[in-house]
Each structure stands twice: as structure tokens, then as C-alpha cells.
Design a protein around this ligand. Structure first.
Ligand SMILES: Cc1cc2nc3c(=O)[nH]c(=O)nc-3n(C[C@H](O)[C@H](O)[C@H](O)COP(=O)(O)OP(=O)(O)OC[C@H]3O[C@@H](n4cnc5c(N)ncnc54)[C@H](O)[C@@H]3O)c2cc1C
Length: 474
């Protein structure tokens, strides 16, 4: 009898650099690829009652699965698609198909670990082995100079300890062909977004990118950013801009779902440096990818602490309250602070927000509105196209001052930030229609508009600020 291995795809929705696929192909004559839309993740709610997977990411994942199925078909195989609980459905498949192994990428955060542990328990009862593979990070933990639990808490130290000496392994090749699946196995239909309770609406044309899910789009974006447009050469100068598709790589949604391997990005970047240009900008993309590894390592080192109010430092933070009114105004982009509202409205209408925007809105929620940062982190979890547990909760820990930021009490002066990064108010005008006619010198100061000006510029629907904007004037 042919040996069978099931590859259970999770956040590794690609065929290039996929250790589970490569290993399965070495071990078994038949490889059965499967993806399960976990009903708890796609239809469930977070603790504060937001949809666990908002509509933008839900659509992105459905597109990614459609692309993965198509790519597997091109290689002669197919993708089984199921909706339900992965631990039940994958174990049933393994039993029914008499598989010897199930392979999957190992996850490290508690909800994901719960599912993989539950699957392992079920597989044991039918004598099937669960094998874990890797693929999330640039670095392999065994190549790091210190064990995970000794990872420095300060990013700069982590970076210095690794960037010159720790190798980034070559990405694994995409398989050339796969054996066809037996005819009798039910393939399963791709769900539609309305199945998960979301409306099937188009994203606004003001979005920075259409962000279509899948490995094919991810590889297209990588090629576009590096080779077609040479944007990597100027990344450091443009990365803090707020409008347009090209100011930063926009790789994060594809990296988060594993449509793109970070190792592939790194090696393409190295090739770009050899063949085109090597400068501070190209280095800085690598630098940012190191942040991603660092937060993943913090997640491994501190486990559930990254989700707790006290964060990795265990600070009490009694002054931060679950204030629903302030939170709601923040979430809906109605705080009366144009730079905050524009960023939140962009998130609500597209699932995207720039890194500059994220830092500002997070700081504002925690430091100015004094709202419990966990509410903000959960809202991001729901809404972000690129949500990743370690990057999201790690960054929120950092901004809330409960992570490992060496600068005590980091604070963003929102007005200064707005004037530095949106000096003419172009970004605010895209998202806050009420302010579209306000001249540049007052766009970030609606509090200074006279009643006559409010009428003249038609801003009367715009809310009064929740905080005194004047406090940011030095
Ligand atoms: C409060 C807050 C929450 C965040 N939540 C997430 C999240 O859920 N998922 C996520 O991928 N990023 C998150 N980030 C990090 C960062 O904002 C995004 O990775 C970045 O904006 C994505 O845009 P880009 O792909 O164009 O990044 P680029 O600037 O082009 O950077 C290249 C890649 O480096 C990685 N990267 C860059 N900055 C960071 C960072 N600070 N932390 C971790 N990785 C980074 C990303 O994978 C990114 O794609 C968060 C940041 C903040 C402040």
C-alpha cells in the first residue's frame, strides 16, 4: 500500500519554501493537501465582541485558498477544503484515508497551540503521527546564538547579536509535480464570504492597494517592488508616507498568511543588492523583517503574557479602563483629531493602516484616551488584513509600555506627527470627507476654525475633539 501523508495548511498558504510539503514528498508516495476554515476563527468573536476575522482578511484568505488550490491543480494534485474544527476534520480524514502522518507548521500562540494539541491527541488514538514543520521566520531557532528563552528583551540587542552572523537559510523549491488525489475523496467547495456573516462588498478605490490574497499575487508584488519598479532602493525615504501603493513593501498581508516566505524575500533582497543597488534602504527592509522575527521570539519566550494587560513586563496599568464610549469614538474614527480619524477610517474601509498610522492611533488610545490597550489590540485583530498574533500583540505591548521598549513612557505628539507626515493634509482629506475643503494650515486644527469657516468649508458634521488639541502645541 502507498504511504500517505496529509499536509494541513495553516498560515503557510504557499508552495514555495514550504517545509511541510517538501518533507511530506520525501516521506510518502501520496500527499493529501487540506485546508480547514476554522469556524471559531471565521465566525467567532473576540473577548470584547468583535468578529474574530473581519471581512477584509476573510476575503483575503478565501482568495489565498482559491489560489493555493489552483496552484496545486497545476502540479497535478488538488486541495481538500473543509469548514469546521480542524482537529476533528483533519483527524477524521487521516483515519478514513489511512494516512501515516499529518504534517503542519507549528504555531506558538495559545489558540493555535490548542488546536494543534487537540489534533495530536485525536491522531494518537488512531496511530497517526503529527509532524511539525517550520516556515514563519527568517531564522531557524536552532541557528540562533542563544536558546529562545535567552532572546534579549531589547530589539537592538537581538538585532546586533544576529544580523551579521545568523544565516538565513535558502528557501525550499516549489515541487515540480504532485501525485493526483484519489477520485473518491470529496474535494469540498470554497466558501463564500457571506457564509462567515460578512457582506460581499467591493473595497473603496481609495485603498492603497487592492490586496488580493494568494501566493501568485504575493510573488507578483515581490517582483514589482524589487525588480519592476526598483522601489527597494528608496524604501527608507518613502516608508513613512501615507498615501499610494508604493511607499512601503506592503508584503505584510501575504507574509502573515504565509503566501510569501520571509526567507524568499531576504534572498531576493540579497540578489537585488548584488545585481542593482545595496544601500541603507535595502538594509532597512531586512531590519524591519528582523522586527517580525523578534516579536515571534517574544511570543515564544513569554507565551500568553503578550495577551495580558500587564504585557511581558507584568505592569499593573490600573489607570487604563475599558471605556466603551472613548473606545467606540476611536474605533469609528470620530475622535475629532483628524490624523487619528483618517487612519481609523482607512482601517475600517480597507483593512489597512500604515505603520506610522498604527503607532499614532495606538499611542492615542492608550496615552491620551487612557483606554485599555487590549481593546485596541483586539480591534486590530479583527480588522487588519495582515493580522499576525505575535506582531500585533507584540507591537501593542510595545506602544502601551508593557513590552520591552527601552524608552520609558514613549509618547506620540499627534499634532507634531500629523504635521510632519501629512503636512498638507492630503491623507486626512482622503478619509475625512468633512474636512476636504479645509485649507492645509488648519486641516489638523479643526478646533481653530471659526463658526463662519466651519460653515464655509462644510465641516459641521465633523465631531468636536475628545481631547484638547492645543495640549500638543509646544
Ligand atoms: C499597534 C501595531 C500593530 C501592528 N500589527 C501588526 C500585525 O498584526 N501584523 C503585521 O504584520 N504587522 C503589524 N504591525 C507592524 C507594521 O505596522 C506592519 O508590519 C507594516 O506596517 C506592514 O506594512 P509593510 O508590509 O508595507 O511593511 P514594510 O515597512 O515594508 O516592512 C517590511 C516587512 O517587515 C515587517 N515589519 C515591519 N515593521 C514591523 C513591526 N513593527 N513589527 C513586526 N513586523 C514588522 C512586516 O512583515 C513588513 O511586511 C503592527 C504595528 C503596530 C504599531
Amino acid at each position: 500500500m502507498k504511504r500517505r501523508a496529509i499536509v494541513w495548511f495553516r498560515q503557510d498558504l504557499r508552495l514555495h519554501d514550504n517545509e511541510a510539503v517538501s518533507t511530506a514528498l520525501r516521506m510518502a508516495e501520496e500527499v493529501i493537501p487540506v485546508y480547514v476554515f476554522d469556524e471559531r476563527v471565521f465566525s467567532g468573536q473576540t473577548r470584547f465582541g468583535f468578529p474574530k476575522t473581519g471581512r477584509f482578511r476573510a476575503r483575503f484568505i478565501i482568495e489565498s485558498i482559491a489560489d493555493l488550490r489552483e496552484n496545486l491543480r497545476q502540479l497535478g494534485s488538488d486541495l481538500l477544503i473543509r469548514v469546521g474544527k480542524p482537529e476533528c476534520l483533519v483527524s477524521e480524514l487521516a483515519r478514513d484515508l489511512k494516512a501515516s502522518w499529518v504534517l503542519c507548521n507549528r504555531e506558538r500562540t495559545h489558540e493555535e497551540v490548542f488546536v494543534q494539541d487537540a489534533l495530536e491527541q485525536k491522531l494518537w488514538s488512531s496511530g497517526v503521527e503529527l509532524l511539525y514543520t517550520r516556515g514563519k521566520m527568517l531564522y531557524h531557532t536552532q541557528d540562533l546564538p542563544v536558546p529562545v528563552h535567552h532572546t534579549p528583551d531589547i530589539f537592538t540587542q537581538f538585532r546586533k547579536d544576529n544580523e551579521l552572523i545568523t544565516p538565513v537559510r535558502e528557501p525550499l523549491p516549489t515541487p515540480a509535480a504532485l501525485a493526483p488525489l484519489p477520485q473518491y475523496i470529496e474535494r469540498g467547495d470554497l466558501p463564500v464570504i457571506t457564509q462567515f456573516g460578512h457582506a460581499d462588498t467591493e473595497t473603496t478605490s481609495s485603498a492603497v492597494l487592492p490586496f488580493k490574497g494568494g501566493e501568485s499575487e504575493a510573488l507578483r508584488r515581490l517582483r514589482y517592488y524589487l525588480w519592476d519598479k526598483d522601489l527597494a532602493a528608496t524604501y527608507k525615504e518613502t516608508r513613512n508616507c501615507l498615501t499610494g501603493g508604493d511607499y512601503s513593501t506592503k508584503f505584510s498581508p501575504w507574509l502573515s498568511q504565509g503566501c510569501l516566505s520571509p526567507k524568499l524575500v531576504y534572498h531576493e533582497l540579497k540578489r537585488y543588492e548584488r545585481e542593482r543597488v545595496s544601500n541603507e534602504s535595502t538594509y532597512w527592509i531586512f531590519f524591519e523583517l528582523l522586527w517580525r522575527d523578534y516579536f515571534r521570539l517574544m511570543g515564544k519566550k513569554y507565551g500568553n503574557k503578550i495577551f495580558l494587560k500587564g504585557g511581558t513586563q507584568g505592569k499593573p496599568l490600573k489607570h487604563l479602563k475599558n471605556n466603551r464610549d472613548s473606545f467606540q469614538a476611536w474605533a469609528e474614527g470620530r475622535t475629532g483629531v483628524p490624523f487619528i480619524d483618517a487612519n481609523m477610517r482607512e482601517l475600517n474601509q480597507t483593512g489597512w493602516m500604515s505603520n506610522r498610522g498604527r503607532q499614532n492611533v495606538a499611542s492615542f488610545l492608550v496615552k491620551d484616551l487612557k483606554v485599555n490597550w487590549q481593546m485596541g489590540a483586539e480591534y486590530f485583530e479583527s480588522m487588519l488584513l495582515d493580522y499576525d498574533p505575535c506582531s500585533n500583540w507584540g507591537n501593542w505591548n510595545y506602544v502601551a509600555g508593557v513590552g520591552s521598549d527601552p524608552r520609558e513612557d514613549r509618547y506620540f505628539n499627534i499634532l507634531t506627527q500629523a504635521k510632519n507626515y501629512d503636512p498638507r493634509g492630503e491623507f486626512v482629506r482622503v478619509w475625512c470627507e468633512e474636512l476636504a475643503r479645509v485649507p492645509a494650515e488648519k486641516i489638523h486644527r479643526p478646533d481653530l476654525l471659526t463658526e463662519l469657516e466651519r460653515q464655509e468649508f462644510g465641516v459641521n458634521g465633523y465631531p468636536k475633539a475628545l481631547v484638547r488639541i492645543e495640549k500638543w502645541v509646544s
